[in-house]
Design a protein around this ligand. Structure first.
Ligand code: NAD
Ligand code: MG
Length: 397
């Protein structure tokens, strides 16, 4: 019998989203190990209320005070003593609070950067789903992890897979550890095999109907344009100290192999599993131990075959644009990300065609100068300028 352990406090940033709800599902299976310290959401107060009633956090955060007041009232009526706060400062506080041992960074987009960095700077175990935060601030983010002794565990399924396939100490460049290449698998999204002409008229509903994964709308569109794979390429470079040319994207429609590492002796190590984010989430929560995640084991006979093909960068230029941004370095990935967020939002609101997402990002990336991206102010400045330029671009179409 193992010894009784101290419960770990967990803050879930973005608890009402797809990753957030999967995180709460895993945590509920292990109440002896984890206690919810704080839950946060942007505007979905009803979902946050239901989560508070179920998980009894010490703190809950919403973006606006009138939503926070609504939640405060409901929780008091229910006899709960959850403190409810509003605003960005509160997000940083719950991410760095001494009561939080683990922080799940599951806010979508650049909005997650500051609270995720706050968790890193407080030396937490940070479960990173919010890839945009790392894409924007790569060098600064990885520096802060080292400097503040944070434990960074990738939750993105591909990076979690690679993490599992690498030696436990993999810092200092891949080649030092005999790794020759990272093979980043991609489902290819809902439009795999489509021509650019056919892509021009796709709707948000089509783009959000991913064949293998159920995810938030922004990442669903990114998966459809392959920008998600581009962001993941950048994410892999930072997490694993790889150069862009060491990361090969492999389209693998079944989404059973979540990614691979190739070694100099000819070995290729892969991590396989059903496409369910609760596996990487459980891995991140319990590492280096393993806990039950509610995910069924693979039935290889039912899967029967695994296919692989090269990505089509002509029909899906976003992957190439992300690689170029990483090669350009400095603030280029932050510009790519900011422009993409504006473009995806416009597409989801019916104001931009699917193929124009890549066109907008390419134009903004070409138009803005690349600055050295060493400090937060420069990164946030580049993000703001990219958004401004993207909004102006939208006015012209
Ligand atoms: P989602 O849209 O389902 O949820 C986003 C969460 O963030 C919600 O709780 C929302 O309230 C909160 N949020 C949104 N905007 C906010 C803002 N401005 N300020 C504060 N909170 C805000 O997104 P998701 O699919 O769960 O993805 C979350 C992150 O995880 C993304 O960065 C995504 O790329 C990454 N990720 C997701 C998956 C997946 O399977 N869903 C897989 C890998 C990586
Ligand atoms: Mg992924």
């Amino acid at each position: 019998m193992s010894e009784p352990r101290r419960q770990q406090g967990v803050t879930v940033l973005g608890s009402t989203g797809s990753i957030g709800t999967s995180t709460l599902d895993v945590i509920a299976r292990h109440s002896e190990r984890y206690r919810i310290h704080a839950l946060t959401a942007h505007r979905s107060r009803e979902t946050l209320l239901a989560q508070c009633l179920r998980h009894h956090p010490s703190l809950a955060v919403l973006d606006e005070e009138h939503d926070a007041a609504w939640l405060r009232d409901r929780l008091l009526q229910a006899g709960l003593h959850t403190e409810v706060r509003a605003g960005r400062e509160a997000l940083n506080d719950v991410a760095s609070d001494v009561e939080a041992d683990v922080v799940m960074a599951a806010i979508v987009g650049a909005a997650g950067l500051l609270p995720t960095l706050a968790a890193v700077c407080a030396g937490k175990r940070v479960l990173l789903a919010n890839k945009e935060a790392l894409v924007m601030s790569g060098a600064l983010f990885m520096d802060a992890v080292l400097r503040h002794g944070a434990t960074l565990l990738p939750i993105d399924s591909e990076h979690n897979a690679i993490y599992q396939c690498l030696p436990s100490e993999h810092r200092g460049g891949l080649s030092r550890h005999g790794v020759t290449q990272l093979l980043l698998t991609a489902s290819g999204g809902p439009f795999r095999g489509w021509s650019r002409e056919r892509l021009a008229t796709v709707t948000p509903e089509q783009a959000c109907a991913h064949p293998n994964w159920s995810m938030g709308r922004k990442i669903s569109v990114d998966s459809a344009t392959l920008m998600n794979k581009g962001l993941e390429l950048i994410e892999a470079c930072w997490l694993f100290d790889a150069r862009p040319e060491q990361v090969q994207v492999v389209v693998h429609p079944q989404s059973v192999i979540h990614s691979m590492a190739a070694y100099s002796d000819g070995s290729v190590l892969a991590q396989l599993g059903n496409p369910d984010m609760r596996t990487p989430i459980a891995y991140g929560l319990a590492w280096p131990e393993r806990i039950e995640a509610g995910v069924e084991s693979l039935d290889l006979f039912q899967i029967a075959r695994l296919d692989f093909e090269a990505p089509d960068e002509t029909a899906f230029p976003c992957l190439r644009l992300a690689r170029q941004a990483m090669q350009a370095g400095g603030t280029a990935p932050a510009v790519l990300n900011g422009a993409n967020e504006v473009a995806v939002d416009a597409f989801l609101k019916g104001r931009l065609s699917f193929t124009a997402i890549g066109e907008l990002v390419e134009d903004i990336l070409g138009a803005l100068p690349v600055e050295e991206g060493g400090d937060l102010e420069t990164i946030l400045g580049a993000d703001a300028r990219a958004r401004q330029a993207a909004h102006e671009w939208l006015k012209r179409v």
